[in-house]
Design a protein around this ligand. Structure first.
Ligand code: MG
Length: 159
């Protein structure tokens, strides 16, 4: 098999706070995101896309939320593990694409920083990493500003 594709999806709810983490970038914001780790919803979706492409389960398989050692950790631990698994299984990442779904914070100003951060963690070129954002036009839980959702795709090619 020479190519494999994976997708990931995640949601985290807003909670009281003054910053949040999205795709490895700390953003000042009027709320935080609730989660066992740093609740980086974009990085979690991307990590699951890589695990999915390898048919290796999901973040919860490798880092059980019931395990206290993962409480409050930076999510790049998860992404680095998924990236290492790609190499171990004889593949490399062709490209990745993340979509953040929220009314706020506004992502546009931070897109390049996020792409650069993800590329650094996965040892990729920035041109292999896409981070996009959309609102849901006021509809649903993201539209009501209750939280942030993220989707990600990853394409792997055999080494
Ligand atoms: Mg998550």
């Amino acid at each position: 098999m020479t190519i494999r594709i994976g997708n990931g999806y995640d949601v985290h709810a807003f909670c009281p706070g003054d910053h949040l983490f999205l795709c490895g970038v700390k953003l000042p914001f009027s709320q935080g995101l609730l989660g066992h780790s740093d609740a980086d919803v974009g990085m979690h979706a991307l990590t699951d896309a890589l695990y999915g492409a390898l048919a290796l389960g999901d973040i919860g398989t490798h880092f059980p939320p019931s395990d206290p050692q993962w409480r409050g950790v930076a999510s790049d631990i998860f992404l680095r593990h998924a990236g290492a698994s790609v190499t171990e299984m004889g593949f490399k990442i062709s490209n990745i694409d993340v979509t953040l779904i929220c009314e706020a914070p506004k992502i546009a100003l931070h897109q390049l920083t996020m792409r650069t951060r993800l590329a650094q963690i996965l040892i990729l070129g920035v041109d292999q990493v896409s981070v996009k954002a959309t609102t849901s036009e006021g509809l649903g839980f993201t539209g009501r500003k209750e939280g942030i959702a993220a989707q990600a795709s990853a394409l792997l090619v055999a080494l």
